[in-house]
Design a binder for this molecule. Structure first.
Ligand SMILES: [Fe+2]
Length: 278
């Protein structure tokens, strides 16, 4: 994982499109953002030690509350404006980017044993959800996390075909009843009833690349990276935020990561947030 950015934003994007991973330091802005989100979680859950929520609330109640918050964070103009500022700190001109807003994610201890949460742990490329090949993902942890609390990349398969069922994903079907399925987990049964793309069961992705991180660090990676959230039983609930974005020149000039196996249908791009013209 690289710590330093290339000299220009174009070189930064091109490195990401070739599979490079960048983990950059916390900033005042990212720390302020995650603290604000933590405060929202504390308020919603009415629990001070939110990393121990699994010992206090039942899963259904927890997911309902988090679902409400996730929707609020995703749709709130304030956080969309902040997204431009966060990306600007890393060289992205707000006028030139578009994004699918920040989502709050939670991973609970033994969450992988809950069939309704199964899709969280599917190995996948984010592009299989009808995102463009120019997609870049920014992931922000709300806490310092050990390697076993994050996720892994399968670097051998960045440039190799992964057998998968991405053809089942159709963006227009996904949003036909509104944005809730897209935002995630508003419907507690969607993990069982909805179509989430994945590699074929028991596919061996080869060597894994994991990471530990500090709260407020920024992890940038290509939407085409094959990766998977780790099942965990650390007795700590994990919270993170992630945003998917593109540079509009990359769309125009068809720059992006190779597409070896993405057969998802439709495009999320039409619903991305762009800077508002005043
Ligand atoms: Fe992902």
């Amino acid at each position: 994982m690289k710590r330093n950015l290339p000299n220009s934003n174009l070189e930064f994007r091109e490195a990401i499109f070739q599979g490079d991973l960048f983990l950059t330091p916390p900033t005042d802005q990212s720390l302020k953002f995650i603290q604000e989100i933590k405060n929202l979680i504390i308020e919603e859950l009415q629990i001070e030690d939110i990393r121990k929520v699994h010992n206090i609330l039942d899963q259904a109640t927890f997911f309902e509350k988090i679902g409400r918050l996730r929707r609020l964070i995703y749709l709130d103009k304030k956080y969309q404006d902040l997204t431009f500022q966060i990306l600007e700190e890393w060289g992205f001109n707000p006028q030139e980017i578009a994004f699918d807003p920040f989502r709050l994610r939670v991973i609970t201890p033994h969450g992988h044993l809950n069939p309704k949460a199964a899709p969280i742990y599917y190995p996948h490329r984010d592009t299989w959800y009808a995102h463009p090949q120019s997609l870049i993902v920014l992931w922000l942890p709300l806490d310092d996390l050990k390697m076993e609390e994050t996720f892994v990349f399968y670097p051998d398969y960045f440039n190799q075909l992964v057998p998968n069922n991405s053809e089942i994903f159709n963006y227009d079907n996904w949003v036909k009843d509104g944005p809730d399925l897209k935002i995630g987990w508003q419907d507690p049964d969607s993990g069982i009833t909805a179509n989430y793309p994945r590699s074929i069961p028991n596919f061996n992705g080869g060597k894994t690349l994991g990471f530990a991180c500090q709260k407020g660090e920024h992890l940038f990676f290509s939407g085409a990276h094959f990766h998977q959230t780790l099942p965990q039983n650390t007795d700590q609930t994990r919270y993170s935020l992630d945003v998917r974005f593109v540079h509009l020149n990359d769309i125009m000039e068809k720059r992006g990561s190779p597409n070896l196996d993405n057969r998802s249908q439709g495009t999320t791009l039409k619903d991305y947030v762009k800077v508002r013209k005043i």
